[in-house]
Structure formats: C-alpha cells, structure tokens
Design a protein around this ligand. Structure first.
Ligand SMILES: [Zn+2]
Ligand SMILES: [Zn+2]
Length: 264
C-alpha cells in the first residue's frame, strides 16, 4: 500500500492521483463539470465516491502554492457548471489570458469592451463588427483573415462565444475569470441575477423593479397562476418581451433595456 494513502475516499487518495488531476487541470485550463467528472473517474477509478466539489476542495490548496485556483460559474442558459484554472494574482485581462501576445491581448480587451458596453444592452455584437475592430486594432500588416482567425480563437478559448456563426458575445470563461475586471472597468454595464447573484449577460429584466434573472434561473422560478414566472424581488410577472442578451440563434433582442424604461 502506498504510504501516501489516506482514509478519506472523497478525493484523490494518493499524491500521484492528486498530481495527475492537477496536471490535467493545468493542461485543460477551462472545462465543463462533465469533462471534470470524466477525468476524475479516469484517474481515481470507478470506485471513487466523492463529488467533483469535494475533489476540487482538495486540489485548491495545492494549486494555491502556484497562485492558481479552480473557480466555476454556471452556464446562464443550461445551468451546467464550467470551471477554469485561474491565476489568483491576476489583475485584469493581461495576467489572466497570458497565453496571448501583447497585440492579441489588446484586441481581446477591445472586443470584450465592445461586447460588454454594446449600446442595446444585449452584450452581443456582429461577427463583422468584431473582425473589423480586430483588424483596425492590429498592426498595419494584419489581414482581415488573420483578424477573423483570432476572433475565432478567442471564442474557442471561451473568452468570447459565437452563436449561429454571426453573433459574438461574452464567453463562459470570461464570466468565470473576468467578473471582477468587468465590475471594476464597466460598473454601469454589470447586471446581476437576482436569484443566483452571478453576473447576467442574458436573461429577463423585470418591468416593475428592474431586477434581472438568468434564463436558467427563470425556468426554476415558481410559476404564478397565469403560467408566467414572477419576479423574485417584486412578484410582478416577467415577460419575454423584457428579455436581453443573445436570443434565439444569437440574434440580439431589439429593445433597449435600462432602468429608466423599467419605471415607465
Ligand atoms: Zn441566475
Ligand atoms: Zn421585479
């Protein structure tokens, strides 16, 4: 028996298993809870009993020594947890997305700003706009094709997301890693779900009190007699006409939602 074997079976039982899990997290960087669970099973074996959360609680103290931590946020539409290995001494985008060159980081910062401060409040811009901005922000030799490839790379890496091949919005990884950065840089554009208290870039806004709720959280609301969900704050009925963010196939909602409209 391995000298490192411990009695607690809720997490990795040997130093080697722990190392293997840490290494997998370091190479994967950003992954869904399903992928995490599959890898926990692969490394710890079928007999393993603990939850993903119990395993992560055991990995985080090790990661902390490298100024790293596993953090998660929920998909706003499906409710699935997504995890990212983040740098705990990161300040803003530069440290967090350190896999990119300075030029690429400048473009990522520009695109995140354009999406997050998009005037209709949907957190969506067209792919054409994203590519144009990336081309303009890049060096003079930067072609449109290279700009488009870079935008797609940001989407694949989870910083941005693309819907229906046409609409660019905030990615799940940005929701995990950049929440503090976005709150500091663009406080007036930050919306928080009244139910789960996480940042909301898609969902419904209550016409009565201006509270926000994620699509996933709305689905979990108690439905009132009319079959429509009611606001968690003021109980007024929530309407689909008060939706914001990317809608069906990513097409942004047309109405501008802000707190002034909520008082009409
Ligand atoms: Zn929520
Ligand atoms: Zn309300």
């Amino acid at each position: 028996m391995d000298v490192d074997t411990v009695e607690d079976h809720s997490g990795p039982t040997t130093t080697l298993e722990k190392q293997m899990l840490v290494q997998w997290c370091m190479s994967a960087q950003f992954f869904s809870e399903t992928e995490l669970q599959n890898n926990i099973k692969r490394i710890l074996g079928d007999g393993h009993q603990g939850t993903a959360m119990e395993v992560i609680d055991q990995l985080n103290p090790t990661l902390e020594k490298f100024s790293l931590a596993l953090r998660s946020s929920m998909s706003q539409t499906s409710g699935e947890q997504w995890w990212a290995l983040i740098s705990t001494n990161a300040d803003g985008i530069s440290m967090t997305a350190s896999a990119y060159t300075a030029m690429e980081l400048g473009i990522l910062r520009q695109l995140i700003e354009s999406v997050f401060t998009e005037p209709l409040g949907n957190y969506v811009i067209g792919l054409h706009q994203a590519v144009r901005e990336a081309t303009e922000k890049g060096p003079s030799s930067f072609s449109r094709r290279e700009a488009q490839d870079l935008v797609m790379l940001f989407c694949r890496d989870g910083w941005l997301a693309i819907d229906d091949g046409r609409w660019v919005t905030i990615g799940q990884r940005a929701c995990i890693e950049l929440q503090q950065y976005l709150e500091d840089a663009y406080p007036e554009f930050v919306r928080t779900c009244g139910l789960c208290k996480q940042m909301a870039t898609t969902g419904l806004m209550c016409g009565g009190c201006g509270a926000f709720a994620h699509p996933y959280c709305v689905d979990r609301l108690k439905f009132n007699a009319t079959g429509a969900p009611s606001c968690p704050e003021c109980r007024q009925q929530l309407n689909n006409s008060d939706a914001f963010g990317p809608g069906k196939s990513g097409i942004p909602h047309s109405a501008k939602l802000d707190s002034t409209q909520a008082q009409d």
